[in-house]
Design a protein around this ligand. Structure first.
Ligand code: LLP
Length: 435
């Protein structure tokens, strides 16, 4: 977080709040969201597009990274729209007061119920496949106004990131096959109740390379040209998200500006060459918008020394609040919030508390000497941590606080044991045997 500093107690302070005090007040583990970092990042995206793109632009926050009412509200107050991928994320965005004209629904298998919810909410639906397209034609036949849609296409662009988070290659479950482009455009152009405003593509996530998004921008302008030949007036072009985040020192992603600039340039020069009007340019960053705005504070507990092999320290959370290391072998960096000036003197493996050997948050972290009750802070946990969190081993999910100018406000309550059993049902005939 940009407001992080070390205070006179040698403690980590974020948003003017002492992290150790936050843990005392709100419990552990705790997600801590720095409002200023989040707002600054939103502005960097918005301003970069305004600076480098001569046409109209709109940044959408890919809320799958962390769909939470307060986060959607902050991001929207900075002028961003929201990309949602389910009825639940749509419900959250609406609850945050996001303007429906700035909400876009994704998904490769949206349910009929989700589609109806989207239509009734007057948002834009990013159509992924033929089945969905045909379902929408049917649903739109009874609506008074045409349904606003975009088409998601698979661009056939490879990028080097974890195979689970690559989406642009041809063998992807998302989007229409680009070989069927003509057929799709022709079909859509004949639908009076579908108002197709644009095309969309997303090539993957945690991308550090600079070329794939340039290639994508060029391919997408060709789609615009093709759409025009079918009489489709496509005015919006959405290049997706994907910019990588710096999790550890050796990570070297482009800056937001470095990511935005070439995309704008490629689109502008390609449109000029083809004498096409500039489309409204949309993008939908998730990770790079939220990751560095949040840290997770844990309390250190037990430890285990295996001479000559490894030293473990364990924290009071793990794969349930951050499933990324066990899922994608993701790497994170940590500090000890109450020993900020102590020299790193130990190489330790930070384990979670789950009944699973793979529940390791950080392998071989360089840390100062720690003891039980020290506060370990894992950095850059804003993206795909809480949104992918679970109750594995029936751990209640952590709380989240928003910090700003020395003030801390709860934006997500800690789950309780009662919350954990709220949906449990005990059939009448089992009640006696449970006594
Ligand atoms: N747009 C679409 C259509 C997407 O599928 C995604 C991410 C985004 C935008 C945002 O991409 P970002 O800017 O965050 O890279 N759970 C994985 C990441 C999955 C990304 C899925 N789609 C992880 O923790 O790494």
């Amino acid at each position: 977080p940009i407001t992080a500093k070390v205070n006179s107690h040698d403690h980590l302070e974020i948003g003017g709040c002492d992290v150790k005090n936050l843990v005392q007040q709100f419990g552990s583990p705790l997600y801590i969201v720095d409002e200023e970092t989040l707002r600054t990042t939103c502005r960097q995206y918005r301003d970069s597009f305004q600076r480098y793109y001569k046409g109209c632009s709109q940044v959408l926050y890919a809320s799958k990274a962390w769909s939470l009412t307060a986060i959607c509200a902050i991001v929207h107050s900075e002028g961003l729209g929201i990309d949602v991928v389910s009825g639940g994320e749509l419900y959250t965005a609406l609850n945050a007061g996001v303007n429906p004209s700035q909400i876009y629904l994704h998904g490769n298998n949206k349910s009929r119920q989700e589609l109806v919810f989207a239509i009734e909410s007057n948002i834009t639906i990013v159509v992924d496949n033929w089945y969905e397209l045909e379902t929408l034609v049917e649903l739109a036949s009874t609506t008074s106004e045409a349904v606003r849609i975009m088409l998601r296409l698979t661009p056939g662009i490879e990028c080097h990131t974890h195979e689970y988070i690559r989406t642009g290659h041809l063998d992807s479950k998302f989007g229409f096959d680009p070989n069927q482009l003509g057929e799709v455009f022709e079909y859509v152009s004949k639908q009076s109740k579908l108002n197709c405003v644009g095309v969309h593509a997303h090539i993957g996530s945690q991308i550090f390379e600079r070329q794939p998004h340039r290639d994508l921008a060029a391919v997408m302008v060709q789609w615009l040209e093709q759409a025009a030949s079918y009489g489709l007036a496509i005015t919006e072009l959405n290049v997706g998200g994907g910019l990588g985040t710096k999790y550890i020192e050796s990570d070297d992603p482009p800056s937001i500006e470095e990511w935005v600039k070439p995309i704008c340039e490629v689109i502008q020069s390609a449109c000029e060459k083809l004498s096409l009007p500039l489309p409204k340019l949309l993008s939908e960053p998730g990770r790079s918008l939220i990751a560095t705005s949040c840290v997770t504070a844990y309390t250190i507990g037990s430890s285990k020394q295996i001479p000559g092999i490894r030293n473990y320290i364990a924290v009071d959370g793990g794969m349930s609040d951050n499933p990324r290391p066990i899922t994608y072998q993701s790497v994170y960096r940590a500090v000890v919030a109450n020993k900020m000036s102590d020299k790193c003197s130990e190489t330790v493996t930070v384990a979670g508390k789950h009944c699973e050997s793979g529940d390791i948050l950080i392998k071989n972290a360089e840390l100062p000497l720690t003891q039980p009750e020290d506060i370990l802070v894992v950095m850059a946990t804003g993206a795909y941590n809480y949104s992918m969190a679970s109750n594995y081993n029936r751990l209640p999910r952590p709380a989240a606080v928003l910090v700003s100018n020395g003030e801390a406000n709860i934006i997500l309550q800690r789950e309780t044991y009662q919350d954990l059993i709220r949906q449990d049902c005990l059939p009448e005939r089992l009640k006696n045997s449970a006594e």
